[in-house]
Design a protein around this ligand. Structure first.
Ligand code: 4AD
Ligand code: MG
Length: 464
């Protein structure tokens, strides 16, 4: 008999039908009256399937002692109305098969209520807990929503390279990719590397962004997006930074900055709407157990217009607020998470799109404004997270781009193919990048980015 997933059983299961369920035991209780209750979970939803196993089931005595937390079982039986509270139906077993035992003496998830810190040490098992199962399902839903949003608008899904020889953000925070034997070079005391002996015959790295390559396609096939893993060797040990994260980057020809903002706002609202529509039980769980304000916060995001504020005005609001910050700011300073969160959480109480940043703070590719001081950058700030999206209108004028590259100490020859786009049929265009994990933080109310990606990579940690 084919396996029916527990989400399907709980939703559609009809009393009187015979089914097989397979999954992992969450708990077992034995009644004095000769039967046992099993709470069975298969990860398809938050809720467990309640299974009743009478002692008359063949092999009961032998099998039931192995039905412990974490064990995997297959149960065939009949669906019945449940007299108990909390569930519509339950499964009455006619057979019980142990697929794999889980020794109660060593199984780490024997008890509930472990700290997130402890669960990070058993990242290979933590998806079996309520929280991490729910995070996985919401993350999946957001990924689906991202593709759906862009596909419905006719965007082309593009796979940009993971190994690259250009630094998109120009911040020098790249992981080098090499086949050179570093230990051997050290042993031979070689201090000058001859790149022709390396795999690509030149230095190569893992990508920090697919944007530059996406621009080449946007100016050929039109609206497109990349969605893939991104790597940054920045030594930021914060609850918002990973060394390996997933980023979705749409790139649109003929879009100017306000069009870019409209798209970003519609995009975030759609993700929130989709998760609320598809992950109701998981979201109720987050609202109850993780952040009691998360549903109210999402309602606010879903229904209200985002604030659009020039950087210059933001600096004025921050400096006039009278609030004590760890870092003081003035015009020209980079905003810290504390300032971003003050704006979006306290001052406005809703998402804020900050734009027109000082050119000295932003990468070479952003379009310069006529004031000579600012660029058409935009950062979307959201409560609980701070920056969730970074983007801009791109510099499409060849001479200005070259000048900006020099200003940023980049050699235009290294970016010759990117420069070519401005020589041949250049057009105004724009795009942005959204960090998937930051979106998961926003929507679930989880507070540490290490807990919203299956296997987090941070400075000093690549443990699985
Ligand atoms: O603001 P960023 O650096 O922008 C870019 O990379 C542009 N090339 C995007 C574009 O215009 N196509 O990064 C974009 C987003 C940030 O807003 C944040 O959500 C996420 O990527 N991000 C990180 N997420 C987790 N860990 C990190 N270390 C991150 N760095 C950036
Ligand atoms: Mg940014």
């Amino acid at each position: 008999m084919p396996v029916t997933r527990i989400a399907t059983i709980l939703r559609d299961g009809q009393p009187g039908t015979t089914i097989t369920a397979k999954g992992w035991v969450r708990t077992r209780r034995d009644s004095k009256n000769g039967f046992s209750f099993i709470e069975l979970n298969d990860g398809s939803c938050m809720k467990n399937l309640q299974v009743v196993v009478e002692s008359t089931v063949p092999g009961y005595e032998q099998a039931i002692k192995d039905v412990t937390t974490g064990a995997s079982v297959a149960i065939e039986g009949t669906v019945k109305d449940s007299p108990g509270k909390g569930q519509r139906i339950e499964l009455h077993a006619s057979s019980l098969t142990i697929l794999g035992t889980a020794d109660p003496a060593t199984y780490p998830l024997q008890k509930k209520g472990h700290s997130f810190e402890f669960l990070r040490e058993i990242a290979h098992l933590r998806a079996r807990t309520n929280t991490f199962g729910a995070v996985a399902r919401v993350r999946n839903c957001i990924s689906w929503s991202i593709h759906n949003f862009f596909q419905q608008r006719g965007f082309l899904y593009l796979n940009t390279p993971i190994i690259t020889t250009s630094d998109c953000e120009g911040a020098g925070e790249m992981f080098q990719v090499t086949t050179l034997d570093l230990a051997m070079l050290a042993k031979k005391q070689i201090d000058q590397i001859d790149w022709k002996f390396d795999f690509f015959a030149k230095p190569a790295s893992l990508t920090v962004s697919g944007q530059l390559e996406a621009e080449t396609y946007a100016t050929a096939v039109g609206d497109c997006y990349t969605f893939g893993p991104t790597f940054r060797a920045e030594n930021s040990n914060t609850t918002r930074h990973l060394a390996e994260f997933w980023m979705v980057e749409p790139e649109m020809p003929f879009y100017e900055l306000p069009d870019n903002m409209d798209l970003a706002e519609a995009f975030i609202k759609t993700m929130v709407n989709d998760v609320l529509a598809k992950c109701g039980d998981d979201m109720e769980f987050f609202n109850e157990r993780i952040d009691k304000t998360v549903l109210a916060k999402l309602e606010n995001i879903r229904t209200k217009d985002f604030i659009r504020l020039p950087y210059t005005d933001a600096i004025e609001i921050i400096t006039k607020s009278g609030k004590k910050f760890d870092y003081q700011v003035q015009w020209g300073s980079d905003l810290q998470t504390e300032h971003e969160r003050f704006l979006t959480e306290e001052h406005f109480g809703q998402p804020v799109i900050l734009y027109n940043y000082p050119r000295t703070l932003k990468p070479f590719y952003m379009r310069c404004n006529e004031d000579g001081k600012t660029v058409r950058a935009m950062d979307v700030l959201v409560p609980g997270v701070g920056e969730i999206i970074g983007g801009s209108q791109r510099e499409e004028r060849l001479d200005v781009l070259i000048q900006r590259m020099h200003e940023c100490h980049l050699n235009p020859e290294d970016y010759w193919w990117y420069v070519d786009l401005r020589k041949y049929g250049t057009v105004p265009h724009s795009g942005f990048g959204l960090g998937l994990e930051r979106a998961v933080l926003l929507i679930t109310g989880m507070t540490n980015i290490r807990d919203v990606i299956p296997f987090p990579r941070t400075p000093g940690h690549a443990d699985f």
